[in-house]
Design a protein around this ligand. Structure first.
Ligand SMILES: Cc1ncc(C[n+]2csc(CCOP(=O)(O)OP(=O)(O)O)c2C)c(N)n1
Length: 137
């Protein structure tokens, strides 16, 4: 997260909700140092990489209110925090962010199984291998 260093260039980073739940407190540090840039939080409510191998209850995440959480960490620092559900909302949020001097936090709501074909294929191959029916290995 600390790649969001003070800089004249606009930096951004992208987090999955699963990895974010292990490192969320770093947003507090980023705000404390008044770093600017954009954090995109991709919220698909799950460890989707695990779901693609086997869809078990242990891959479900407690669905935090991520945008509100960033607000709670704000203190005296400048923060623009927003949840978006559509491309239109995302574009509007990015337009606002361009005018904003401070940290932008955008929570992007995704479908639980929204992933690319490569991950889908990889998950199936790993699941086959794990069950002993696959050709991998
Ligand atoms: C340092 C470390 N701790 C724990 C894990 C276990 N782990 C594997 S996937 C994952 C989270 C994935 O969830 P997310 O970031 O939401 O991405 P998604 O799979 O939904 O695309 C975690 C914590 C890891 N890979 N590395």
């Amino acid at each position: 997260m600390l790649t969001l260093r003070k800089s004249t260039k606009h930096k951004s980073c992208i987090f999955g909700c699963g990895s974010f739940q292990m490192t969320a407190q770093e947003v507090s540090t980023i705000l404390r140092y008044n770093y600017s840039g954009v954090i995109f939080l991709l919220n698909n409510w799950a460890y989707t990489i695990e779901v693609m191998i086997h869809d078990g209850p242990y891959s479900v995440l407690q669905n935090w209110d991520y945008a509100a959480m960033a607000e709670a960490l704000k203190g005296q620092s400048a923060l623009f925090s927003q949840t978006v559900r559509t491309e239109k909302e995302l574009v509007a949020a990015l337009k606002k962010s361009k005018m904003f001097k401070g940290l932008t936090f955008i929570e992007v709501i995704l479908d639980r199984t929204d992933c690319n074909k490569a991950l889908l294929g990889w998950g199936t191959a790993v699941a086959d291998y794990n069950s002993g029916t696959g050709k991998a290995g």
